[in-house]
Design a protein around this ligand. Sequence first.
Ligand code: SF4
Length: 357
Amino acid sequence: MIALTLPAESDADHPFVTRLGGGEKPTGACSRLEQFRDDRSVWCGDHGLLEIFHAGENVQGDVVLVEPAKGRVERLIRAGSRHNTLLVTEQCDQLCVMCSQPPKKTHDDRFEYFTEACLLADEGTLIGISGGEPTLHMERLLQMIEEVLDRRPDLFFHILSNAQHFGPEHALRLRDPRYRKVAWGIPLYSSDPVHHDVIVGKPNAFERLMESFATLFRAGARIELRTVLLSKNVADLPSLARFLAENLPQIEQWSIMGLENAGFARRNFGEMHLALPERFAEVAPALDLAVLHGIPVRLFNIPLCHVAEAYRHLAVASISDWKQRFATACEECRAKADCSGFFEWHPQELVNRVAPI
Ligand code: SF4
């Protein structure tokens, strides 16, 4: 697993954001490399000296938040990675049964640091935003997106949101051309309102979601719809495919995702998890319907050998590099480079159930 925080010592008396080394496009504070060894490096910049203990991790080009009092750096944007996500809040107004990042009551506002970090990213970087629920802090979030895209129109954002907080007042603002660089990843677990509300743990969430979709579509927003595969909702998938075709045909993509064994999902993983090697036939009809109706559908976080051969072209190697792992047997698989593999914390007995291609 790749470490996202590293021990560090700094001269500064307050937190700051810096980029470790220059780059093609950054506008702002970069630090210069002074010394490099296998296990540590020393950097010099506007905030004085910074020593990072990275034990073999390559940190050159990373954009980091340095927190001197905590003796650490947080790697907000890692150079060369396609999986950089800024967690803007841990608060959420839903309580999904399989939430991988259970919500907290308190909010630590770090938008200022995140804005600085985005401005230091490499040219053309896609930056993920997640939580908690980012739109609980809608004004701060939209201000950050607009400021960054004003100064760095080469960047892109993908924002995960439960879409419970958009209203007609947002339609005009989201029509701004800057939002063509922003895609919203929004979960919908069933076309049955009761089933969806039970899964997200919030009464009337489905109805509120549909109101938000009306605003987002009026604004021309780019939407990726996300459905986590659960034993609870697998029977609903064909109806959901028809529902999307009839009611939400404007979506850019429907992403059907494997369950992550983290957060709340750990408690009932055995009960909620769908064993795809045996049960893929229950998912296939929804994929067929989506394709038939012209809905771009993809499978995320699912190893290729758990997908029936005829549908493997729909699977994306999606698990973030810092939390991805493979079984020993995967070493002999010809498809490994295109395979999502498993989450680092996936149960070992399931990881062992691979069939090299
Ligand atoms: S054997 Fe491993 S690398 Fe090959 S498809 Fe299965 S999980 Fe992926």
